[in-house]
Unconditional design. Structure first.
Length: 510
């Protein structure tokens, strides 16, 4: 999709379609009122006849509007004006995009970005509009023999900004939106790919492909089973032992900052299929455990966004990737392993495998990259889905400043996280009679005890954990990867880069 920004009056747009909003009940937004005025009350007359109430999700495509230069006008319901928030804005844009795509308007000028939205400037609206459109029009049909595609798809969308003064910042916002959307797309594609294609080896190849697209700033290093056994990654290797598919530790370095600047480390869970291992999962919906690598995919997606944005910071992605399968060589409940950190773990449930691969990856990142902050991203617990549903990521952290940065980034990006407590009381649930800790903490507070386990490997780090078990994919009719939390993580890095640039500027001025 091609996006541009433009200022000007809706009546003067020579295009296939102009998109304007209508609030409920039958109240024209400012751009719609301009069209109405130019056309001598044409839209008012339509509304009076009851063709459109203005409810969320409603649309009306109108032809032959007098005295305007466009072929048609798409009216989009916005809901009540006082309830028009970020979510309503994004939904209105998505609805417009889907309608245009289906109805054969290959080009349109969209005035939804000119609507007032409390606390959000034009750049925010433009960036979010780009991301919402790309999100709404995403399809994963590469494995279908005959993909269903619109005959005349939307190709070019012009986003209206209120004045010429905002053209430059609008263009910048388009670039940012596109970069994040490309990261989200990569993450969704990887998540949606079946587990017989998207193996640890495939993820490593994808990381190399990413480096190939950005050779000047991205480096990749991949470790195999022998390397990791030699290093002493006993926990990660305990998970990998049951599978014939070779495990990989994928390290992707993005170098956009200074030579000596410590990186932000992103550690992503890359279980390309989670059967549970010997602690086998029930058959119901087990196919969804192909999405158990969405943490890994979001690390690659965020690095893709980062590289496209050429952010002036250093980031390192560390991805432990393996399958979790039962077999004659698989880990047994009761096995005790030594982690890379030296701490021992009694594996009481082989289905609590995410923390086992992550703990070694965290230690590896700490030792080899001395990160300024480390964030792990994982589809870690069913308990998190019970606690927060599919709307918020679970966030747990040992550093209040880092947690607040992530919460704020999530709000800006409409990709929110919600913090859960990481108190010592919960940590006590991990006690083992035979090793330093068990890999499970009982039925209660499962999302928290999983994070407590990881926290034991991040004591010397500024660390945060995002549990994306509920947010990384949708189930049912709309089953598929969401690309979350790439928007949150990208925003977090954008904000960090901006703050560091500000700090450097102030230092220069001395
Ligand atoms: N990948 C799963 C978590 C999961 C389950 C995500 C369902 C989304 C939907 C993870 O490896 C797992 O199996 N966790 C166990 C932990 C338990 C054994 C302590 C769980 O949540 O049941
Ligand atoms: Mn599991
Ligand atoms: Zn898992």
């Amino acid at each position: 999709m091609e996006f541009t920004v433009k200022s000007g009056s809706p009546a003067k747009q020579r295009t296939a379609c102009v998109v304007v909003g209508v609030y409920e009940p039958r109240r024209l937004s400012a751009p719609a009122a301009e069209l109405d005025e130019a056309s001598g009350g044409f839209l008012t007359a339509l509304l009076r006849r009851g063709d459109l109430e203005g409810r969320k999700g409603q649309t009306l495509l109108v032809y032959n509007v007098p005295n305007v230069l466009c072929d048609r006008v798409l009216l989009v319901g916005l809901g009540r004006e006082r309830d028009f928030d970020e979510r309503a804005f994004r939904e209105a844009v998505a609805t417009a995009a889907r309608t245009l795509d289906e109805r054969g308007a290959m080009e349109a000028v969209c005035f939804l970005t000119a609507l007032p939205l409390k606390g959000r400037d034009t750049a925010w609206k433009v960036q979010q509009a780009v991301q919402a459109v790309e999100h709404a029009l995403y399809r994963f049909d590469r494995l279908k023999s005959e993909p269903e595609r619109p005959r005349r798809p939307l190709r070019r969308l012009v986003l209206a900004v209120p004045s010429r003064r905002e053209l430059a910042s609008g263009e910048e916002a388009v670039r940012t939106g596109r970069a994040v959307a490309e990261g989200v797309r990569l993450t969704r594609d990887l998540g949606n790919l079946p587990p017989n294609t998207c193996t640890p080896t495939y993820l490593a190849d994808e990381a190399r492909a990413l480096a190939g697209r950005h050779p000047e700033r991205v480096r990749v290093q991949v470790l195999g089973r022998e390397d990791m056994e030699r290093l002493g990654m006993g926990a990660f290797m305990a998970v990998a032992r049951g599978s014939a598919e070779p495990p990989r530790l994928i390290v992707v370095e993005y170098r956009g900052g200074g030579e000596d600047e410590r990186p932000v480390a992103l550690v992503g869970k890359g279980i390309t299929f989670d059967s549970g291992g010997i602690s086998l999962k029930p058959a119901q919906a087990m196919d969804e455990m192909k999405f158990d690598m969405c943490g890994a995919a979001s690390v690659l997606g965020t690095l893709e966004a980062c590289a496209r944005l050429e952010l002036p910071i250093n980031v390192v992605g560390v991805i432990p990737a393996t399958e979790n399968l039962p077999s004659g060589t698989a880990t047994r409940p009761g096995d005790v392993v030594r982690t890379l950190s030296g701490q021992t773990v009694e594996i009481l449930n082989t289905d609590a495998e995410g923390r086992l691969i992550l703990c070694d990856a965290i230690t590896y990142a700490e030792r080899n990259h001395q990160p300024e902050a480390l964030i792990d991203i994982a589809t870690l617990t069913g308990a998190c889905v019970i606690a927060l549903g599919r709307h918020a990521h679970g966030l747990l952290s040992n550093h209040a400043g880092l947690a607040n940065e992530l919460l704020a980034a999530g709000r800006t990006a409409c990709d929110r996280a919600w913090e859960l407590p990481l108190w010592p009381e919960y940590d006590e649930q991990l006690k083992s009679n035979f090793a330093d800790m068990a890999n499970i903490g009982g039925r209660e507070a499962g999302a928290i005890t999983a994070a407590c386990f990881l926290a034991r490997f991040a004591r010397k780090l500024r660390w945060a954990h995002l549990d994306i078990a509920g947010t990384a994919w949708l189930t049912g009719e709309r089953k598929g990867a969401t690309g979350r939390p790439v928007p949150l993580l990208s925003q977090f890095l954008i904000d960090r880069a901006a703050r560091r640039a500000g700090a450097r500027g102030r230092a220069r001025e001395g």
